[in-house]
Design a protein around this ligand. Sequence first.
Ligand code: SAM
Length: 437
Amino acid sequence: MAYDRVRFLVVQDFLEFKKKHYLPDTPPSQLKKDQDRRFYFHLLQGMVRHQRLLETEIQRRVNKPFHKLQGTVIGILTLGLYQLFFMDKIPVRASIYETVELATPFRLLPQKALINAVMRNLQRDLEKKYSYQVHPLPIRTSHQDWMVERWRQAYSNDDVQSICEANNTFEGITIRPVAPWNTQQLYQMLKEEKVLATPHPIVSQALIVENTSDLLISSVFIKGACYVQDASSQIFLELTQNLWKGFVLDVCAAPGGKAIQIQTAPHVTNLVVNDVSRKRLLQVCQNMQRLQRNPPVFVVSDGRFLPFAAKFDAILLDVPCSSSGTIRKNPHIKWIASESELLSQTTLQKQLLENAARFVKPEGVLVYATCSLEIEENEQQVQKFLEKNPDFIILPFATNTAILDSYRSFVTEKGCYKVIPSSSMMGFFAAVFLHKR
Ligand SMILES: C[S@@+](CC[C@H](N)C(=O)[O-])C[C@H]1O[C@@H](n2cnc3c(N)ncnc32)[C@H](O)[C@@H]1O
């Protein structure tokens, strides 16, 4: 076979992505070898992550209007340029050859010369030390202008630059050990199975694993010695650990990362795990089984109409949101069509908050969390909730000073917890409301 099968599938799925904005969770079934499956994801995610930059670079290297180029040619060139810019380990000649050869299975033989010319043009520029850093921030980091502009309204210029750059770095998934194992033991066990893990730079118990598929098939994972959780969620759980006591409800619980941790808090007597989706709640069940946990009470209900007669000492509301703090792992979020689509969950979030508040006992807490960077989903929701519910006040995260010293920078002036994405963490926001009476 003259062309590379993995690259062919990558281009095919990239073109699909551009039409439907959908990124597959699993590689195509034709790819049997682990190495091929990894390469497929690496290329596809990289192309989605750097799409705008790559298309800008293609555009400046062809001498006809971009819209006159065939979509498939753009797809092939996006892959080719991605390799030249971002994959140092592939020899340049191999990248050029493989890219040009892709024209064959796509039946684009007459386009070979154009593909070759664009690739060679970039090769020459790179030899002359050309850098894509010449472009303005939204182009060089591949974001839509309106998205960067939104962040500029809410964050300092330095923060916006950090967010955009962090969104393009993803070293691997973050995991935490599950008792009785500790981080050191987890590290050793993974090493014995040749799963490479590195200590997290900020959260001492966390490890970063570059190769997700190796982790997921390791006996360490299967026997429940660890679970996947981003560092920003791990810190959130550390900072809130004293709040989980008595009768606790997790309203939007699936896939269960936080519920699993809350279940082990020493003063929790009952945990009710709720989600609107039965299918997603099954994932919580499976996760708890893997970790050999006693099942909590599972409830399938819409959090806007909770079916309880009793009230709770603590409620977690980890709401559906834009997930714009997770672009590092989910680069497709960059290409959401519009601001209104990005913010499409804000009404639901407000309703979930209003309804959950009715089920908090006096002196109990309601903990609101998102993985969003958008103030409409974070600070503004908090503000509106406090205005409408004078019997609730903010319980500042800073009250737990023993833990806070190393995490102080994540606590806002108003006492909320806020992480902006960095090279080792996803974005996260949380506020704790205390029911006064
Ligand atoms: C951000 S995820 C929760 C993540 C989870 N807390 C964890 O730590 O793994 C949001 C969840 O809210 C659920 N959800 C969406 N709309 C809901 C509703 N109206 N009522 C209850 N749950 C809802 C979704 O099914 C999804 O599982």
